[in-house]
Design a protein around this ligand. Structure first.
Ligand code: RAM
Length: 331
């Protein structure tokens, strides 16, 4: 070992041992996301840090696989079990595939919750939904109807751009979208594409939707990654004004596309608050301070659990040219 390496190694050990940010008595909460590099989850991480600062004795471990797979998450969770963290709060790439590893975590005394994208009840104690699933589904269809109107059509075709085919949250929302479709006879669903929450795959899938359906008027994407990629694809193909894109997006990522006229309006809840609430819930369960049938979401108040151990945070909010730039500063 040369001197430089030795100094670096010593410094690393010193940080581990003496870092004021990490105390042995801290509650270590792992925020496991669908994949790294997604702005939505980065915003949730910011909220988790806010909760940690508020609680005082929490260390947040932000982690996830590089691609949106259950296998990747199983690897990450295996390593968190070895590190003996106090809690795992996961946004799942698959509702069932993670159950065995999460059960192992729970049998070692680790508190497990899911948030954003759920795991089956057998694998976790509580699941935090951003909002009511029915409301999110209906809102996406209402946005699609708004977009159709912007395209100047009284009726027309639309397609859904989703995340992965096993993603719990998108699958539930699509189911809810289908339920309300009969109330919107002007909208004809012609395709559901899966971009796997990868920018390049979502972009290619959006191009395919545009070339396979020449009368397509609207793409609705209940995923921030798919939404961003689809808006870019429509612009690159020179179809602005003819095809509108909407769904669930981050104002910071979508403001330019609203300005360009490819997006009229869209929705999202506050992703910072979602990470914040998940951290508070995990902490409450680790400390065993939760009420009977309720969990603490910090400044967002108490959440009431339903029969399936699920709790909803708040309502989504609509963004358009009038407010998107203001919110783009925040998330
Ligand atoms: C993507 C992810 C996430 C979802 C948002 C709306 O970032 O799929 O799970 O909640 O979109």
């Amino acid at each position: 070992m040369n001197l430089k390496t030795l100094l670096a190694a010593t410094a690393a050990v010193a940080t581990l041992v003496f870092s004021p940010l990490s105390h042995a008595e801290d509650v270590r909460i792992a925020l496991v996301v669908k994949s790294l590099g997604n702005g939505f989850f980065e915003a949730a991480h910011e909220g988790a840090q806010e909760a940690a600062a508020e609680l005082g004795d929490v260390e947040v471990i932000y982690t996830g696989p590089t691609t949106t797979t259950a296998e990747g998450q199983i690897e990450v969770i295996t390593s968190l079990i070895a590190q003996n963290v106090d809690a795992i709060a996961v946004s799942a790439n698959d509702a069932n595939a993670l159950v065995p590893i999460l059960q192992r975590a729970r049998s070692r005394g680790i508190t497990v919750i899911s948030w954003d994208s759920g795991v089956a009840a057998a694998g976790r104690e509580v699941h935090l939904n951003p909002s009511s699933n029915a409301l999110i589904g209906e809102m996406n269809i209402r946005l699609a109807a708004d977009a159709l109107e912007q395209a100047g059509a009284s009726e027309g075709q639309f397609a859904i751009m989703s995340a992965t085919p096993t993603s719990t949250n998108q699958n539930i929302w699509i189911e809810e979208m289908r339920k309300v479709l009969p109330d919107y006879p002007q909208l004809e669903l012609v395709d559901v594409a899966y971009g796997d929450d990868l920018a390049d795959k979502s972009y290619r899938e959006a191009l395919a939707l545009l070339s396979n359906h020449s009368d397509l008027k609207v793409i609705v994407a209940p995923t921030t990654v798919g939404f961003l990629a689809a808006a870019q694809a429509v612009r690159d193909e020179g179809r602005v004004g003819e095809v509108y894109v909407t769904g669930l997006g981050l104002p910071s990522e979508m403001a330019g596309h609203v300005d360009a006229g490819v997006v009229h309006n869209f929705a999202i809840w506050n992703p910072i608050d979602l990470g914040y609430a998940a951290t508070h819930i995990a902490y409450d369960l680790v400390k065993d301070t939760n009420g009977n049938g309720t969990v603490s979401m910090g400044r967002l108040g108490e959440g009431t659990l339903d029969d399936n151990g699920e709790v909803a945070m708040s309502e989504p909010f609509i963004y358009d040219a009038s407010n998107v730039h203001q919110f783009a500063e925040i998330f």
